[in-house]
Design a protein around this ligand. Structure first.
Ligand code: MF3
Ligand code: CO
Length: 238
């Protein structure tokens, strides 16, 4: 069931927090994550998805999403975003988190803080009867009021029997607009926040999205289920 898939995602992201350090190669993070997921009886959801070559997306500094694990080593002062999906008994869980590598600069620290808070502000609006635009606009308003920008090129999404389902959940928009949220819906809310311009471009590997202006980018994502009393976060431990 989806709860189990999401727990494995949460456990893997927590495990990675203990492994991330200056000097580690991003490929090693991939190996740790795959071993963890398999040990829990799940399968990585991203590998092979639309031809994506790995189980993790590992995006460093100016990389927004879909960085491919490689021989590159993390360095003190980097920020690194890890996005991870798991399939368990036919259901998908999806979450992401940005981590500090050693001690980081003030701008990077504020970016991580604002992006994570933006996710929780979005989740607060994820309740039955509200509309997708209520989530979108809350995230956008909060991020922009902190002097950062929300990425437009990638959006959150429904998740369940497929990794990407309806509705799309943008991180920008207007309150009261978009599809209505219903009890039992499972959605992935995932603000991607840039310190500079919101615009991104794709590198020649066909996957890695980077900021056009070289600014930093962070990404936090949870899979949540909509209930009468608000959203319950599935991709967290306990
Ligand atoms: N993690 C992305 C999302 O949250 C999807 C990754 S797609 C892959 O929607 F192709 F990179 F696997
Ligand atoms: Co997602």
């Amino acid at each position: 069931m989806i709860e189990r898939a999401c727990k494995i995602v949460a456990g893997a992201l927590e495990m990675l927090a203990g492994v991330i350090r200056p000097g580690i190669r991003t490929k090693e993070l991939e190996e740790y994550a795959e071993a963890y997921i398999h040990a829990k009886g799940g399968k990585p959801a991203f590998k092979g998805y639309r031809g994506y070559p790995a189980s993790l997306c590992v995006s460093i500094n100016n990389q927004v999403v879909h960085g491919i694990p490689s021989e590159r080593r993390l360095q003190e002062g980097d920020i690194v975003s890890i996005d991870l999906g798991v399939i368990y008994e036919g259901y998908y869980g999806d979450a992401a988190r940005s981590y500090a590598v050693g001690s980081i600069g003030e701008l990077q620290r504020k970016l991580l803080e604002v992006t994570e808070k933006a996710l929780y502000i979005g989740i607060e609006k994820a309740k039955a009867g509200n509309r997708v635009g209520d989530i979108s606009s809350a995230i956008q308003t909060y991020v922009e009021s902190n002097g950062f920008s929300v990425v437009r090129a990638f959006v959150g999404h429904g998740v369940g029997k497929f990794l990407h389902e309806e509705p799309q959940v943008p991180n920008f928009g207007k309150p009261g607009k978009g599809p209505r949220l219903k009890e039992g819906m499972t959605i992935a809310i995932e603000p991607m926040v840039n310190t500079g311009l919101p615009d991104v471009m794709i590198l020649n590997d066909g996957w890695t999205a980077v900021t056009v202006d070289g600014g930093y980018s962070a990404h936090f994502e949870h899979t949540v289920v909509i209930t009468k009393n608000g959203a319950q976060i599935l991709t967290k431990l306990n």
